[in-house]
Design a protein around this ligand. Structure first.
Ligand code: CA
Length: 370
């Protein structure tokens, strides 16, 4: 059945908003997608509502790759990065969810099958730039009862102040390494805040501490700096959450980045991440998706990683509050440190509690209708 309607809307959680997209077919089935909420998600919702929705009404929802390429090329001057890519991602995720509902199969099966349906996670602990080493340890400790198989400490510092507190950063990461002991892997995310020289200095400490990876050590727009850091260090350098195109990921892989981190709500959804997965295999590097949205984006990411041959790293999870679970029949949360994908739930497997979602949904623009 053709696409009948596309809804682009915010979901108001009180302290935060999500940017979601819902695609309906003519039989009344729907698929749910999510755009990165950067800038409140406003730009992505406007692109979906104003440009994409009118163009896809009447199309077959199973033609998601053709639709994505058509929209990408028709609106080339709006993109290719940022909110434009996030809008393509939201539509793609919704179409895969809808395709799963139509075919009565979970998305991971439509992707070719699952290597695993129980997926461990890593605790992504942010906001640490202004904290003392003890405060960082307390923030990490709150995660440990949930059973992460790796901890990532993110700085989230002011992006305009490079190398602002390298000694403090080293003290923070040493403290967390001491807290975790040798049994739990630790990764460190500089959020692009170091010079090449600063990154190499911190990276040598991370190597001494046996850290799993060094994420975004230098400015995201400067692959030459990544290359200098990657050449100087043995620790895997990770990056990719600021990339939106296959060519951007190729530049990172060329620069020696060992772990590519595309985000399914930024980089073309399942279709876009599938392309990056092929690129990662071509270069022989790892793909460990970035993911910060705790319900739709997270669940989509679980399906994608379930279908990855080399999905041996845990999935990122940064919000255990459960605040978004109110709008679904089944909560998105781990048990014994693992998220489980059910083989009998079609699409993403997220059944919406309609009344709860209606209370929180804030429609954006005049999305297309049949
Ligand atoms: Ca990061």
């Amino acid at each position: 059945m053709p696409i009948a309607r596309v809804e682009a809307f915010h979901v108001d959680w009180g302290r935060a908003r999500s940017a979601w997209v819902r695609v309906w077919d003519a039989d009344g089935r729907s698929g749910l997608g999510e755009a990165s909420p950067m800038g409140g998600g406003n730009a992505a919702l406007e692109i979906v509502s104003g440009l994409f929705a009118p163009a896809v009404v009447g199309a077959d929802p199973c033609d998601q790759a053709v639709l994505q390429d058509r929209l990408f090329h028709q609106h080339a001057k709006v993109g290719p990065d940022g909110a434009f890519a996030a809008a393509l991602a939201a539509l793609d995720i919704a179409l895969w969810d809808l395709k799963g509902k139509i075919l009565e199969r979970p998305v991971f099966q439509l992707l070719g099958g699952a290597w695993r349906t129980e997926l461990p996670f890593y605790a992504s602990v942010g906001g640490n730039a202004g904290r003392s080493p003890e405060e960082v340890c307390r923030a990490v400790e709150r995660w440990l009862p949930l059973g992460p198989t790796l901890v990532k400490v993110r700085l989230d510092a002011d992006r305009t102040r490079r190398d602002a507190d390298i000694d403090g950063d080293i003290a923070r990461i040493r403290a967390v390494r001491g807290l975790l002991g040798p049994g739990l892997p630790l990764a460190f995310d500089a959020n692009n805040n170091y010079s090449v020289q600063g990154a190499i200095r911190v990276g040598r400490i991370l190597e001494e501490l046996g850290c799993a990876w060094f994420e975004e050590p230098v400015q995201h727009y400067h692959p030459e700096s990544f290359e200098k850091v990657a050449r100087a260090l043995d620790i895997p350098v990770a990056a990719g959450e600021q990339e939106y195109t296959l060519q951007g990921f190729q530049r990172l892989a060329d620069a020696g980045v060992a772990i590519l981190q595309p985000d399914i709500v930024k980089t073309g959804g399942f279709t876009g991440l599938g392309h990056v997965a092929a690129l990662a295999r071509t270069f022989g590097v790892d793909l460990v998706p970035h993911q910060t949205q705790p319900a739709v984006g997270h669940t989509a990411n679980l399906h994608f990683v379930a279908s990855l041959l080399h999905g041996h790293h845990p999935c990122e999870w940064n919000d255990p509050s459960g605040a978004q679970n109110a709008v679904f029949r089944w909560p998105v949360r781990p048990e014994h440190g693992r998220f489980t994908l059910a083989p009998d739930r079609p699409g993403l497997g997220l059944e919406i509690a309609e009344e709860q979602l209606a209370r929180r949904a804030r429609p954006w623009g005049g999305a297309g209708t049949a």
